[in-house]
Design a binder for this molecule. Sequence first.
Ligand code: G4P
Length: 521
Amino acid sequence: MNEIERRRTFAIVSHPDAGKTTLTEKFLLFGGQIQVAGAVKNNKIRKTATSDWMEIEKQRGISVTTSVMEFDYQNYKVNILDTPGHQDFAEDTFRTLTAVDSVIIVIDCAKGVETQTRKLMNVCRMRQTPVIVFVNKMDREGRDPFDLLDEIEQELQIKVRPLSWPINQGIHFKGVYNIYENNLNLFMADKQKIAEKVTVDIHSADLEERVGERDAQKLRDDLELIKEVYPAFDINTYRSAEVAPVFFGSALNNFGIKELLDCFVQIAPPPQEVMAEERTVSPEESKFSGFIFKITANIDPNHRSCIAFCKVCSGRFQRNTPYYHVRLDKSMRFSSPTQFMAQRKSTIDEAYPGDIVGLPDNETFKIGDTLTEGEHLHFRGLPSFSPEMFKYIENADPMRSKQLNKGIDQLMNEGVAQLFVNQFNNRRIIGTVGQLQFEVIQYRLENEYNAKCRWEAASLYKACWIESSDDAELEEFKKRKFQYMAKDREGRDVFLADSGYVLQMAQQDFKHIKFHFTSEF
Ligand code: G4P
């Protein structure tokens, strides 16, 4: 119970460039995992280098070691799950969110809520994941904090409650007041390491001395206003995902980060119950269960190794113990499970709910697979989202179709993109959320599987999973749309609409058919 209670498994997410990497790095500094900033290399593909293959390889290499960053902080064991910075890998991020118990969303104070922030929040809302918002870059001129709070409330459709408050902004930014603890710590700006702090009583004249008369008065007024406008913070409304606590600061300058981290470990939920298709699984149960939410294959070209990332949901995972692989109906034991510490990984003997275990994998795992001590459990909550871009994939080297098929199969197991097979002409269609994924697939097929592919345009608008309570209508629909019917990898019916208009008409004409935009319904 102790081990479960002290675990905090979460992800930091943001629209690219808002400061996710910088904040993660500062957390690692506080966690003692790294000594100076800059030690964690930018774990994202630079926005300017979308076609730079070296960068993609680098990203993948780094992403294994930084996929999970664990550290002890105070009495807590913190597990940060990394998510790709590039938005073309949004699917990967969504899947990672299924393995966390809470989320910190980073927002740029000048840009406010951006497209990716909105999408990420939708996923959190769908899963009722508790969310903390960190408004970053307060050292730059940005919007008024009260306006930002309104925008967050409206755009992200969640109530907010500030738990820290900035003293001024831009070049006059002087730090943040900790509303949660009711104290003011002034840190010196330091990008490299944790700076000394000075504690100030805000009701004393000391505040005027430190921040000047104008800012002192403004801070006191703002705090009054917050008290009047926002209900007092209640941990239960945060944990039930109704209210998002908001923190302000500057990750780069290390302002407001300790306030955020200290409060986070105290209020963020420990590992939660997980819904399996069969029943709800509680972390306190004595028997081990877990699911695979991420697979990273072929990192080292000389050594065809894959790692499957397993989130422990209940019980205790132990090394060299036989576990039941539900989908394959077979027993497996793992002699070298790993855990991840910033840039290192090491073999572990045991792990508890909330922990992520890296399992060396030899094509035995698919995303969503469940491991148990024998029970037939299937964990839900790993939806595929309707892709936004589609292309036919063709074999460009007839001598190597076996390699191509194997490559496509494995990359789809990893969840790089989605595969649909058109039932009319048997052509394979790859669906992605961004152009970069097509490039990654082509590159990896060549380099890892020695196979060549060619893309052909498929002018499709959306792929939706269909179902109906009216079998006759469903059959009629499939007959009418036979050229646009496909199967996903699980053999489910998918309708490929070639325009928004066509989809709308189909929805109108076939009243009993439900069109789903995620694979789980
Ligand atoms: P991301 O992972 O969310 O994409 O963002 P990242 O942390 O990489 O930050 C994006 C840019 O914003 C970086 O600048 C970073 O230094 C800067 N940044 C992060 N936090 C703050 C902050 O509190 N204040 C200010 N002013 N800037 C901040 P870059 O020029 O893209 O990269 P770099 O060359 O500095 O690494």
